[in-house]
Design a protein around this ligand. Structure first.
Ligand SMILES: [Zn+2]
Length: 382
């Protein structure tokens, strides 16, 4: 474990603390939407006479998927009825699994705990639990984390004219239209996102002679971009110079989310993050590629990038390995993260600083991409 990559320390750390703040937003005129889909999934309990004074209850929960007729965008609405006024606010959490956590103040579930299974399009399940005997925590588990501005949590007052009680409403937009992969051979016309790891306030790993990982990553990335441009691919860089992608000193999760969002919103074909490795053991050396198998093509991409780099540069082949890193997990297209070589190894630090070796690394990556598209076009066979 001492050989574990240091430059990932912050990636791992943020998985443990990735909570994003959120302020509840007010809502207006929602009746039309709400009437569009009513699917009663669970009656928690009618409040009845047992309601203690000053303590409201959540009595019903229902959900429905809505499809926007114009854009085709999907949205999940979850509505929870309450016996009286409550306060509600939500926050997104990326770890340990993507979820929206909604805290409801001033009401408890009418019955004991409540678990619902949804259809998995936008959310997999909703769990409600009493909190402190006075409040409720609602956890919405989702297959892909919603965007920070892609959800709303708000309350609605009682509406006697329409026989509607107090309500808590949770709206979650489908993050992205579902993607069908239909790969063709060749680099021409492909949209490829290159993510030079770190940058700006985050230097990444630092070699013994002071070489910073962010500079190596950017230098190799720009060479990859030049080769891809020449081959007719459309290249998107998450950064083109020495900067933070989200903003200076952004939280680690905002920074990584910003990088993944570039690829997701542009509907890129593949996403490749470029890093250099580091370890406490100075002898550690070689090239590694990481992937997270969220599509059937992620490992195929990693395998080809790894083979391309090993063939072009000739460093030790440490293999292509699965990992739970944010940018390869939260991108919705095949993605891989390459560790070119070890900055912590003095010999490899020299190689990483050498423009000719940087060029060879870039060539290896581009060859790997080309082979990936050729194999993916055949359905991804070996
Ligand atoms: Zn790194």
């Amino acid at each position: 474990m001492l050989r574990r990559v240091l430059c990932f320390a912050f990636l791992i750390a943020l998985l443990a603390v990735s909570q994003v703040g959120y302020a509840a937003k007010a809502a207006t005129s929602l009746q039309t939407n709400e009437q569009a889909g009513k699917r009663l999934l669970a009656v928690i309990k009618t409040a009845g006479a047992s309601t203690a004074p000053g303590r409201e209850q959540l009595t019903q929960i229902r959900w429905a998927n809505h499809i926007d007729a114009v854009t085709g965008a999907g949205r999940l609405r979850i509505v929870i009825d309450a016996t009286g006024p409550v306060q509600a606010a939500g926050s997104l959490e990326a770890a340990t699994t993507p979820r929206l956590v909604v805290n409801v103040k001033g009401a408890v579930p009418g019955q004991t705990d409540c678990d619902l299974t949804l259809d998995g399009r936008i959310a997999d399940s909703v769990t409600m639990k009493a909190d402190d005997g006075k409040n409720t925590v609602i956890v919405v588990d989702m297959p892909l984390l919603a965007d920070e501005d892609g959800y709303k949590v708000f309350t609605l007052p009682q509406d006697p004219a329409n026989k509607k009680p107090f309500r808590v409403v949770i709206d979650i937009n489908q993050p992205f239209p579902p993607i069908k992969f239909n790969f063709t051979p060749g680099l021409k016309g492909k949209t490829i996102v290159i993510d030079p790891g770190h940058g700006g306030s985050d230097p990444g790993a630092i070699g013994l002679s002071g070489l910073q990982e962010k500079a190596v990553n950017l230098a190799v990335s720009l060479r990859v971009k030049a080769l891809l441009d020449k081959a007719g691919a459309k290249v998107l860089m998450t950064r083109q110079d020495d900067r933070d992608v989200f903003g200076p000193n952004a939280s680690a999760v905002d920074e990584l989310k910003a990088r993944a969002s570039v690829a997701n919103f542009k509907k890129a074909d593949i996403f490749v993050s470029i890093h250099a490795n580091a370890a406490t053991n100075r002898d550690a050396d070689g090239t590694t590629t990481y992937y997270f198998q969220k599509t059937r093509y992620d490992s195929l991409l990693a395998r080809n990038l790894q083979a391309g780099m090993v063939q072009a540069v000739g460093l030790k082949d440490k293999g292509f390995l699965t990992a739970n890193f944010y940018v390869i997990k939260r991108t919705i297209m095949p993605a891989a993260l390459v560790e070119l070589a070890f900055l912590s190894n003095p010999a490899e630090e020299k190689l990483l600083a050498n423009p000719q070796i940087q060029q060879k690394m870039a060539e290896g990556i581009v060859q790997g991409m080309e082979r990936f598209f050729a194999q993916a076009a055949k359905g991804g066979e070996q």
